[in-house]
Design a protein around this ligand. Structure first.
Ligand code: UPG
Ligand code: MN
Length: 736
């Protein structure tokens, strides 16, 4: 092949060496599950009393669910693949094809200035405005669903600070371009850095000051333009749920220059029109408004979506994304490039298992070997074209200006452009259009990210997972147990909305994408039903143990070993996966603990809330996760102490399970020591002991702790009473 110039490599795909062992293990383990189900079926068949029949059937149901969930999970393990990118080769190709022409529109969503401090949103925006990317091609759109003048004020400040920050980053070739992260991690600074830091601190002080006061005081308004902008808030009964569109161009590329005379990127604040009488569809609605507003103003072919807390940790990220989008072989069907969600500030053992390594880092490699990863809401580069029908079935929007191939010829502040942008941000604009059903982000689920990615893949769009060594983005995690559980509960409701719609992944998904992809998506969609077996295993073996009823095979029985194999096989594989993904044993332990905790709390409550929503009894909104760190809570979190503190029904169910298990374990142990049917009850004793071990932080929070994060006394009393009632009721039934 001498003489033939080979094109420089942009990306590679390597299949994992684990594929073969994974498949072999899957076969062996499947046989074991089938054997167990056979054993259950026999027991059900041979049961002589109503009681033993009910117990056997309950165990059968829970093991069928566990088995199905396990099976669905295996589809992630069938074909995992890892990608590598070579952005350094991009330069060579860029000259040839002029990829400079590729504009990038970045969307940052925020929804509440008190739960999402404006300074943190500003940091996220500055980190991406400072991307190593031609500034004239870069536009940052901030969607403010909180409709807050304070957020707008923060961005006016950010626009000014940015004109110092961007050249500073470039000149010093910084990797850390989120100001807050930079100032936190760099201690030896030049005088230039000191100066910039002072500017940053003074901006921060002003912004935090107005947030504390709750409004933008007159003393902060410096010119007529600003006054006009803030007048919108004071004039017509402006509230968060009811207000006209506010679009404020804070920086315009070409017109606004930084301190060195280079152009600044576009920076545009958007708070879409809201009215109490029109549904706004939460984040999906906000993103669709941005897709349209940005379409009118800049219409870049690539869109990056970010949550307000996910700042950029690597200025080279757009280059990595371009390695895929500039590949002519991939491009026509490539819908999006998903980066993992990675978090900063996790405590050492990640006690709430918020890292979700499996969901954000391991499973996507499994999907990448199939048709591509699911969408996780943030850190995702979309081709704008995906919002307008499948790769080979273009669906035109209602006005030509919104077409993805429309060329914007007017400046973004032109009267006509602004007027149209306001029009498409109107809360009634979507009436009688395809937005939310066939165009843009899809409505109908509280996990709009998962649902939208799923529907796009069903339409035929492919996706790729890009997981560089240095995290591309870093985000916040909730630091109190209540926040963690509420967040998961919202996800559960959203996932069930997909499971029980006509787009159920098992049927619709499998048909559109094949059985493996369908199963992967179904594994998520049915996530909350894990609560059924977990709740059964949290109570049934324990309550029967307390009443001396044996429900598992005797230790000397061969079937007992099947149980041991199933337990060790599943837990062992899970632990191994975690360690192979550069995790630690302690983090895996937290993860399996939270799996149980979620099972008896948010998964169960999510299931209940979904049913009540389905029946029309209640509706659930998008409860935004707090990103504020209270000092004391932060300290306890860093020490790895569980934060209860508030009263929540979810804590009650958790505490009841903890109490029942403790009593069962102690009672059972005494019984066994006295030699009462020890062989037959050993399995139950093991389970209670395992749960008790996991529940240590709960007991501690109920009795030993005195700090503000302890279990509220009222919750402890109610739970103790409920545990007693449950025990009494169970004893009555079991002894009948
Ligand atoms: O009405 C709303 C509600 C939320 N948001 C924004 O949505 C983002 C995610 O909200 P958050 O409270 O942080 O939710 P999480 O559960 O932490 O987010 C995960 O789950 C969401 C789906 O439930 C996805 O949208 C996110 O991308 C994903 O990170 C934030 O930037 C919010 O500002 C809005 O713009 N409008
Ligand atoms: Mn979040």
């Amino acid at each position: 092949m001498e003489g033939v110039k080979t094109k420089p490599l942009l990306h590679t795909l390597r299949f994992s060496p684990l594929i073969a062992p994974n498949r072999v293990f899957a076969v062996v383990y499947t046989c074991a599950i089938l054997a167990l189900l056979y054993h259950h079926a026999i027991t059900v068949f041979h049961s002589t009393t109503l009681l033993s029949f009910s117990i056997s059937i309950t165990l059968l149901i829970s093991d069928v669910i566990l088995g199905l969930m396990w099976a669905a999970k295996q589809s992630f393990r069938m074909n995992p693949a890892h990608r590598q990118v070579f952005p350094e080769n991009l330069e060579k190709i860029m000259k040839e094809n002029d990829f400079q022409a590729l504009g990038l529109d970045i969307f940052i969503c925020t929804a509440d200035p008190y739960k999402e401090p404006p300074m943190s949103v500003v940091n996220t925006a500055l980190s991406v405005m400072a991307y190593d990317y031609p500034t004239e091609k870069l536009s940052v759109y901030v969607s403010d669903d909180g409709g807050s003048a304070m957020t707008l004020f923060a961005f006016m400040e950010a626009a000014k600070f940015g004109s110092h920050w961007l050249p500073f980053c470039r000149r010093n070739k910084l990797v850390e371009r989120c100001p807050d992260a930079y100032f936190r991690s760099n201690h030896h600074q030049s005088s230039e850095a000191e100066q910039i830091k002072m500017m940053y601190e003074s901006m921060k002080a002003r912004v935090e000051n107005i947030v504390e006061k709750g409004k933008v005081g007159d003393e902060y308004i410096t010119n007529q333009q600003q006054r006009e902008a803030f007048n919108k808030w004071t004039s017509q009964g402006f509230t968060r749920q009811d207000h006209p569109t506010v679009i404020q161009v804070l920086l315009e590329t070409g017109r606004d220059k930084d301190m060195t005379g280079e152009s600044m990127p576009n920076l545009i604040y958007v708070s879409r029109h809201k009215s109490k009488t029109s549904p706004h569809h939460f984040k999906a609605g906000a993103l669709n408004a941005l897709v349209r507003v940005s379409g009118i103003m800049t219409n870049a072919p690539i869109i990056l979506t970010l949550d307000c807390d996910m700042y950029s940790n690597d200025p080279q990220t757009p280059h990595r994304m371009l390695c895929f989008f500039s590949d002519p072989k991939l491009r026509p069907n490539l819908g999006y490039v998903q980066f993992p969600q990675i978090f900063h500030g996790l405590n050492k053992d990640d006690i709430y298992a918020c890292e979700f390594k499996r969901v954000f880092q391991t499973n996507p490699t499994g999907l990448d070997g199939l048709l591509g990863p699911s969408h996780v809401g943030t850190g995702c580069f979309f081709s704008r074209r995906v919002f307008f029908g499948g790769p080979s079935s273009f669906l035109a929007p209602e006005i030509p200006e919104l077409r993805p191939d429309h060329v914007v010829s007017k400046p973004i502040q032109a009267q006509q452009v602004l007027a149209l942008a306001h029009q498409v941000a109107d809360c009634k604009y979507e009436n009688q259009t395809n937005w939310g059903s066939k165009l843009g982000f899809r409505y109908g689920s509280l996990v709009e990210d998962y649902y939208t990615g799923y529907r796009l893949q069903c339409e035929g769009w492919k996706s790729v997972f890009c997981h560089p060594n240095r995290a591309a983005f870093l985000g916040d995690v909730p630091i109190t147990l209540n926040d963690v559980l509420s967040q998961t509960k919202r996800w559960c409701v959203g996932l069930l909305e997909v499971s029980f719609s006509k787009y159920c992944p098992l049927t619709f998904g499998s048909k559109a994408m094949g059985p493996l992809m369908g199963l992967c998506y179904a594994h998520y969609a049915f996530w909350p039903i894990w609560s059924i077996p977990i709740t059964i295993y949290a109570f049934l073996p324990q309550l029967t143990l307390l009443n001396g009823i044996s429900i598992f095979p005797k230790v000397s029985d061969n079937w007992f070993f099947l149980y041991i194999f199933l337990f060790i096989g599943s837990y062992g594989q899970d632990c191994l996966d975690c360690i192979l993904a550069k995790g630690t044993f302690q983090r895996w332990w937290s993860d399996q603990r939270m799996w149980m905790v979620r099972g008896v709390t948010c998964h169960m409550f999510g299931l209940i809330e979904f049913v009540s929503k389905y029946l029309g009894i209640a509706t659930q909104g998008f409860n935004v996760t707090s990103k504020v760190v209270d000092n004391e809570q932060g300290k306890r979190y860093d020490q790895g102490t569980f934060e209860f503190g508030v009263e929540s029904p979810m804590f009650v169910s958790l505490a009841v399970a903890a109490i029942i298990n403790l009593i069962a374990f102690v009672g059972g142990l005494i019984g066994v020591l006295r030699g009462k049917n020890s062989e037959g009850l050993f399995g139950q004793l093991l389970i209670s002991g395992f749960v008790v071990l996991n529940c240590c932080p709960v007991y501690e929070a109920m009795v030993l702790r005195t700090d503000k994060g302890r279990m509220p006394t009222k919750t402890t009393i109610i739970s103790t009473f409920l545990a007693w009632a449950l025990y009494t009721a169970a004893s009555l039934i079991l002894k009948m």
